[in-house]
Write a protein that binds this ligand. Structure first.
Ligand code: ADP
Length: 463
């Protein structure tokens, strides 16, 4: 099959979140399974020739090759994309995001004609690439070049919908008739995500449980009704993680490599992490790691409520993350008061993340909602036992067999589960068994890519 992946961020070129990991790893796994894949993304300032091997294709389009022969095409536009950030500044989103991403989507479809790549599947991700689907099904509906192209939309987080004021509608170059509540209108505004959902042949999201959750009022952010109408076309496929990057047996960053058969290295990594955190070097204390955006979605409202009690327990807690200022301030205060218990790193640091995944005993990820979640998958790979709230992808990947899970979102339940996990850690033999079991789970991309291929096949049968 010929597959066009259209995404606003792709690793290693540009990343703000999990979408970039998926948009890079899925194509690699698809190529390995014999598919013909190309990727399209905007040429941001960070996509520089100094950092990457980039060739020019023609005026306004350049490309780079990953895998065996996957071309990532960069759509260029000096005014729209040559900026410091992808979507906006600290003060808010760029005011011309509608123009920027409609340009990107429109040019992507035209590029397919220019390079004569007739996709069987147009696979878009989140609101930024939804216009490629919308244009395919409207402006290009009768274009023979795209007559066999089916569209798939993957929703990575339904909380981000690409909402724009109604008066920007003419900038899309679409007939006003599409601005209605069955198509692009959402309470008087333009919703690109809604448009993508309405026009896509198949909608999917990044875990089976999240696929069900977003069809409910509690998780749908107002779009549950649209999804409900399309129930039969809504699916969930778990993300994988890159097993080359996240590999405790060959991780160059950690103090000592290890495997499920030989966990001695993990003990060395724990000591290394304790040194770094200036914690007492104790084997018998549970070391809990957190690597996360500091946001309410990630359960920081609960962590904040419980933090004093957590710090009074016999454990060690290392936190790596950035996000809401209120959590920065709260955690800074706590780290000062409990220096032997809490070590805080308010930054984005990939190397430190590796060390925390490897050296911790428990990985705390009590997200309020979680489309898929990568942290718990990486933790499992490093034999670090996840402690999670039962939601979305966390519910699909963590159970009593490989972790600790609570199902009422409140501070009492979180605290109770932390106590339970710390107690379980005290039984070294049983804990060792749990670690080995956790490490035996397979969350590589291979299986997920095969499921995507099956979904593409299903899309091809749609009229
Ligand atoms: P998100 O909702 O933020 O995309 P995920 O769990 O899906 O959450 O993915 C987050 C990814 O980013 C994980 O790979 C995690 O290790 C990484 N990460 C998050 N915060 C940091 C940080 N401060 N430093 C390094 N890596 C981080």
């Amino acid at each position: 099959m010929k597959i066009l992946i259209c995404a606003s961020e792709v690793v290693p070129f540009a990343k703000t979140g999990g979408l970039a990991d998926v948009a890079a790893a899925l194509p690699l796994a698809l190529e390995q399974q014999g598919q013909d894949v190309v990727i399209a993304m905007p040429r941001y300032k960070c996509v520089s020739e100094k950092k990457f091997n980039i060739k020019s294709l023609k005026k306004g389009v350049s490309y780079s090759i990953t895998g065996k022969n996957i071309k990532t095409y960069f759509l260029e536009n000096e005014a729209y994309f040559n900026r410091d950030n992808l979507y906006g500044e600290k003060t808010g989103d760029y005011s011309d995001n509608l123009d920027r991403f409609s340009y990107f989507c429109a040019r992507t479809l035209e590029l397919m004609k220019e390079i004569n790549f007739k996709p069987d599947i147009l696979h878009c991700h989140d609101w930024q690439s939804c216009l490629a689907i919308i244009y395919l099904k409207t402006k290009y509906a009768k274009d023979p070049f795209f007559k066999d192209t089916k569209a798939i939309l993957t929703i990575h987080n339904i909380g981000y919908q690409g909402l724009f004021p109604r008066d920007q509608f003419p900038q899309l170059g679409l007939d006003w008739s599409y601005f209605n509540i069955e198509q692009l209108e959402f309470y008087g505004q333009i919703s690109l995500l809604k448009g993508g959902m309405v026009f896509a042949d198949i909608i999917n999201t990044v875990s089976p449980t999240y696929a069900k959750e977003i069809q409910t009022k509690d998780f749908g952010f107002g779009l549950e009704g649209v999804l409900n109408k399309r129930k039969k076309d809504v699916f969930g496929i778990l993300n994988g993680i890159d097993y080359n990057i996240w590999n405790p047996q060959a991780d160059k960053v950690i103090a000592r490599a290890f495997s499920a058969d030989d966990l001695n290295g993990k003990a060395v990594d724990k000591e290394d992490l304790q040194k770094l955190c200036k914690f007492p070097l104790r084997k018998d204390v549970a070391l809990i790691g957190v690597i996360s955006r500091l946001a309410e979605q990630k359960g920081f409202d609960l962590i904040a409520q419980d933090i004093e009690e957590i710090c009074k327990m016999d454990l060690q807690l290392v936190l790596l993350g950035t996000g809401d200022m209120k959590y920065h301030l709260l955690l800074e205060g706590i780290a000062k008061r409990y220096p032997k218990v809490v070590s805080l790193y308010l930054k984005f640091d990939d190397e430190l993340a590796h060390k925390i995944y490897a050296g911790s005993d428990i990985f705390l990820m009590p997200s309020r909602y979680e489309p898929c979640g990568l942290g718990q998958l990486i933790a499992l790979r490093y034999g670090t036992i996840p402690l999670v709230f039962k939601t979305g992808g966390l519910a699909d990947t963590v159970s009593k067999d490989n972790g600790f899970i609570f199902s009422q979102y409140n501070k009492k339940e979180l605290l109770k589960t932390i106590k339970e996990a710390v107690k379980a850690f005290g039984n070294a033999k049983e804990w060792g068994g749990l670690v080995k079991k956790a490490m035996a789970y397979d969350f590589s991309w291979e299986g997920s890519a095969a499921k995507y291929i099956a979904l593409y096949e299903k899309a091809k049968t749609k009229k």
